[in-house]
Design a protein around this ligand. Structure first.
Ligand SMILES: [Zn+2]
Length: 483
């Protein structure tokens, strides 16, 4: 509970304010009941990772409830740290989100441990260079949390299905609406009792596109008083929105078929990899996939794919009908799932034309770096970037035509073709966001808050929202909401 003598609902934006990552939104009811929507990691400045994530701007013990919109680490990744620092309440999310986030939190901890080992090694090297014999100080180098805290997150998790009202206390209830985006992703409707009656506050979470390959279309929340919306692609339009099968067929032709080359697709393990494998499977059944090997090389993607398979009721009609007819969503002849790290080398030595799908999507970290390094000097290879690449990432440098790049400490000239497609994007573009706002528009809507976007994207989107006043909160800015 947080003391609230304003008599009103207070909304404070503590993360993803004028930036994309680190989603964290605090809502306090007039009676003081406090809900945190998402608790994600802030990746905005890589060298400030620890400083931006280690401490919370509020006491975690005063939070009564966490609602998690979806499993992506920029929404869920700081939850174990919240628990470590005293949060003991329930964590409400869909079943699929609970399953996926268990893998993602473990993966994030492994990445933190790897970074830490590198930092310790580099500190020791500097010490040795200076001729000092004793060990470099490492006490300040720590991960944000450990396995015990991931375990506690799981123990505190309460699963809630879509369109079921969950009562938190006499003054607050929560309901999930399909957000699209990735499996289990939810938009969150809070119904809060206020002296005037009821206040309805909605959070989009991350939205998906209409007509996505696997997940359902986003469902706008009804009769809102206020909406807190993502704005990732505000002001930007997705390009070349062909049928995903045609799009992949084109790049397969231009690499594997015409030149016996390779098609390398960097893809996030959760969401994008499954969309691509499902599309390839559909192509196989449509006779559009040539007889070439398809390698998928990401342990996390393999585990996430199993969660998609186990939650088919959450998929769209087309995907469910396909699974019913063909038995499998993702398996087709020619697909080779790589389980261990050694096999990454084996793909490198495979000389036939093939498709390689591996993480991470921005070509930062993960096994994809090795595949890109091995193919970047092959003029018959295409590196197909299938989504947004943040500034400072290798994907961003490749997309901007850099001719020489450094990968895993080796410098490489770029001879491969670098291409980009938006057909697998997991976010709506400018038009899609406006379509969503049209869906929530109602006479009592009093305000839209834009979060989860670059400032220029938010400004461009705000200029086109006609229904009600638009706010772009600063980090830590609070708003008192009138019913
Ligand atoms: Zn997301």
């Amino acid at each position: 509970m947080i003391h609230n003598d304003s008599g009103k609902v207070r909304y404070t934006s503590w993360g993803a304010a004028r930036q994309v990552t680190g989603s964290m939104h605090l809502v306090t009811t007039p009676s003081g009941y406090t809900v945190l929507i998402d608790c994600g990691l802030d990746y905005e400045k890589r060298d400030q990772f620890e400083a931006r994530n280690a401490h919370f701007p509020f006491d975690p013990a005063t939070v009564d409830l966490v609602v998690l919109t979806h499993a992506h680490i920029d929404h869920s990744g700081n939850l174990p740290n919240l628990v470590r620092q005293g949060f003991t309440g329930p964590i409400l999310c869909t079943g699929a989100t609970a399953e996926l986030s268990a893998f993602l939190l473990q993966d994030s901890l492994n990445i933190q441990r790897g970074e830490l080992a590198r930092m310790r090694e580099s500190r020791s090297r500097k010490f040795r260079k200076k001729g000092k014999r004793h060990h470099a100080p490492v006490a300040d180098l720590q991960t944000l949390y450990n396995n015990k805290h991931i375990q506690l997150v799981q123990e505190q998790t309460v699963e809630l299905g879509f369109r079921k009202e969950w009562r938190a206390d006499e003054a607050l209830s929560v309901e999930f609406f399909e957000a699209g985006h990735i499996l289990g992703a939810a938009s969150v409707l809070l119904r809060i009792a206020v002296p005037e009656g009821e206040l309805r506050l909605g959070f989009t979470g991350d939205l998906g596109n209409w007509g996505s390959p696997l997940v359902k279309d986003p469902v706008p929340m009804p009769a809102l008083d206020y909406l807190v919306s993502e704005s990732t692609y505000g002001g930007r339009m997705h390009q070349n929105l062909n049928d995903p099968r045609e799009e992949l067929a084109h790049y397969i032709r231009e690499s594997c078929e015409k030149f016996n080359g390779k098609l390398v697709i960097p893809a996030f393990s959760v969401g994008r990899t499954q969309s691509i494998l499902f599309t390839l499977n559909r192509m196989y059944h449509d006779g559009l996939l040539p007889r070439i090997r398809v390698f998928t090389d990401s342990p996390l993607a393999i585990r996430s794919t199993a969660v998609y398979n186990g939650n088919r009721h959450l998929l769209n009609d087309e995907a469910r009908a396909f699974a019913e007819k063909h038995g499998s969503l993702f398996d087709f002849p020619g697909l080779q799932v790589i389980q261990d790290e050694m096999s990454t080398e084996i793909i490198g030595e495979y000389n036939e034309p093939c498709i390689i799908v591996s993480s991470a999507g921005m070509v930062e970290g993960g096994r994809i770096q090795q595949h890109v390094r091995m193919n970047i000097q092959n003029p018959f290879a295409i590196i197909l970037i299938a989504g947004y690449c943040a500034e400072g990432t290798l994907g961003h440098r490749l997309l901007h035509g850099q001719r020489t790049v450094e990968i895993n400490r080796s410098v490489r000239e770029v001879y491969a073709k670098v291409a980009r497609t938006d057909v697998f994007s997991a976010h709506p573009d400018h038009k899609g966001l406006l379509r969503y706002f049209d869906g929530v528009a109602n006479p009592k809507l009093k305000g839209v808050f834009l979060v989860h976007g670059d400032e220029t994207c938010m400004q461009a989107l705000a200029a086109d929202v006609k229904h009600c006043p638009v706010h772009i909160p600063n980090k830590g800015q609070s708003f008192l909401l009138d019913a």
